[in-house]
Design a protein around this ligand. Structure first.
Ligand SMILES: CC(C)(COP(=O)(O)OP(=O)(O)OC[C@H]1O[C@@H](n2cnc3c(N)ncnc32)[C@H](O)[C@@H]1OP(=O)(O)O)[C@@H](O)C(=O)NCCC(=O)NCCS
Length: 183
C-alpha cells in the first residue's frame, strides 16, 4: 500500500487562483527552511509577508511569465515550484547565464516531513519538462550558499554552479550561488 508521500500518490498540477491560500500557507511554512541560521527572524517574517502572501500568489498564478506547480500527496499540498521566463534584471545572473532563452526555477519548496520522499524530484521533472516544452535552452536558479541540501539536490538533477549573486532580504544581504542546467 502507498503511504501519502509515496511516489505513486503524488500529483503535480499547474496551480491557479483557487490554490492561492494553500500556496501561501505552504510557502510560509517552507521559506524559513531555506534560510541560514544567521538570517534575522524579523527579515524572514517580513519577506514572507511581502512576497509569499495569498495576494502575491494570486498575482503569480495570473502572470503569463510565471508557472506555479503544486505537488499534492493524499490531497495535501506538500510542495510547490515557481518558474519565471528569462534571466531577470540582475547583471550577475545575466553574465552567468549564457544559454538563452532561459527559465528561472524561482522557488522549489517541499514540507520538511516530505524531504527525501521523491516529491521534490517530481517537481523538478515537471519543471524541466515545462521549460523544454517552452523552447528554453536552460533552467537556472539562485540558491543560498549555506543551503547544502538544496545544492546537493540540484547537483543530482544536472545543475552546476555558474556564478554567484546577492539576495537582499530586509536589513541584510544573503549570498547565493547561481546554478544552471542545460536542456
Ligand atoms: C531543496 C529540496 C526541495 C530538496 O528536496 P529533498 O527531498 O530534500 O531532496 P533529496 O532528499 O532528493 O536530495 C537531498 C540530498 O541532499 C543530501 N543532504 C541532506 N542534508 C544535507 C546537508 N546538510 N548537506 C549536504 N547534503 C545534504 C541528502 O542526503 C540528499 O542527497 P543523496 O540523495 O545523495 O543522499 C528540499 O530539501 C526543500 O524543500 N528544502 C527547503 C526549502 C529549500 O531549501 N528550497 C530550495 C531553495 S533554493
Amino acid at each position: 500500500m502507498n503511504s501519502p508521500n509515496s511516489f505513486a500518490a503524488v500529483e503535480i498540477t499547474e496551480a491557479g487562483q483557487p490554490d492561492a491560500v494553500e500556496l501561501a500557507e505552504l510557502a510560509a511554512a517552507t521559506f524559513p527552511l531555506a534560510c541560514p541560521p544567521t538570517s534575522p527572524p524579523a527579515d524572514i517574517t517580513a519577506f514572507i509577508a511581502a512576497h509569499l502572501s495569498r495576494g502575491r500568489f494570486t498575482e503569480y498564478v495570473a502572470d503569463p511569465a510565471r508557472t506555479v506547480l503544486a505537488a499534492r500527496a493524499g490531497g495535501r499540498m506538500v510542495g510547490y515550484a515557481m518558474l519565471i521566463d528569462g534571466v531577470g534584471a540582475d547583471p550577475d545572473v545575466a553574465q552567468a547565464i549564457t544559454l538563452q532563452p532561459a527559465v528561472e526555477l524561482s522557488k522549489l519548496y517541499v514540507l520538511a516531513d516530505s524531504h527525501g520522499s521523491g516529491i521534490a524530484a517530481r517537481l523538478m521533472d515537471a519543471t524541466v519538462n515545462r521549460a523544454a516544452d517552452a523552447g528554453a535552452r536552460c533552467v537556472w536558479l539562485g540558491v543560498n550558499q549555506s543551503n547544502s541540501r538544496a545544492q546537493r539536490f540540484y547537483a543530482k538533477h544536472g545543475f552546476t554552479v555558474v556564478g554567484a549573486k546577492t539576495f537582499p532580504m530586509g536589513t541584510h544581504i544573503e549570498q547565493d550561488y547561481v546554478m544552471m542546467r542545460p536542456l
